[in-house]
Write a protein that binds this ligand. Structure first.
Ligand code: PGA
Length: 243
């Protein structure tokens, strides 16, 4: 088990202002009453960045995506500098919902990650295989390609986190066997030396501790379960207990 795991909440396209602030308020109350050693990053929708930044306390803030460009005529996009300006320290990039839903290729993820680093953000780069790729025993090959081509050109273990998120595990309740997560984590650790590796995909309070115990897994990326403050705090706590 690693010291000081990082636990990241990915709210995706969920939460109006009152709901988002309520989750932050509840987390603040838990944090007052219980010791916490984890680094906690909340990634709300863009519209909530400023109000949540004002209510954060010890939590950190992250974006769910940023533009591949620095600024200019890119209607609807949000730049890495804008995220920084809103109080973000992190940004999730290359999430499978963007790779699949917005046709983001590795090269685009690399450009986005590069802009994130230039803006002083930590890039949380997501990689992971589809079910079909796993069945074809191509998981490591696909993940290796993703890492090779979507990490920023000039990155360091200090400003990049790799999130292993099997596509088939996201939002499905399906979690790979411990041995499969461990195999991928080992593989990533070999090719991206020193970079923090986290796991995401159907993380709940019931499986968080077990996943965090796996070799090379230094944190969790939590989607659905992060929208329930009590459940998210239980996940944070399992990191605390086993640290
Ligand atoms: P999930 O999502 O926890 O709802 O499976 C994880 C993610 O997409 O980051």
């Amino acid at each position: 088990m690693h010291k000081n795991p990082i636990i990241i909440a990915n709210w995706k396209m969920n939460g109006l202002k009152a709901e988002g602030l309520e989750i932050i308020r509840a987390l603040g109350n838990y944090a007052r009453d219980q010791k916490n050693i984890s680094e906690i990053v909340i990634c709300p929708p863009f519209t909530l960045l400023f109000p949540i930044a004002a209510a954060l306390g010890d939590l950190k803030l992250g974006g769910q995506d940023c533009s591949a460009y620095e600024k200019g005529a890119h209607t609807g996009d949000i730049s890495a500098m804008m995220l920084k300006d809103a109080g973000c320290s992190h940004v999730i990039l290359g999430h499978s919902e963007r790779r699949q839903g917005h046709n983001e290729q590795n090269e685009m993820v690399r450009e986005k990650s590069s802009r994130a680093l230039e803006a002083g953000l930590t890039a949380i780069v997501c990689v992971g295989e589809t079910l079909e790729e796993r069945k074809q025993a191509r998981a490591l090959e696909v993940i290796g390609e993703q890492i090779l081509h979507s990490l920023p050109k000039i990155s360091s273990p200090a400003n990049v986190i790799i999130a292993y998120e099997p596509v088939w595990s996201i939002g499905t309740g399906l979690v790979p066997k411990d041995s499969d997560i461990a195999e991928v984590a080992e593989f990533i650790a070999r090719i991206a030396k020193g970079v923090r590796i986290i796991y995401g995909g159907s993380v709940k309070s019931g499986n968080a501790a077990e996943i965090l115990k796996l070799n090379h897994i230094a944190g969790l990326l939590v989607g659905g379960a992060s929208l329930d403050a009590g459940e998210f705090w239980r996940i944070i706590n399992s990191a605390n207990i086993h640290a």
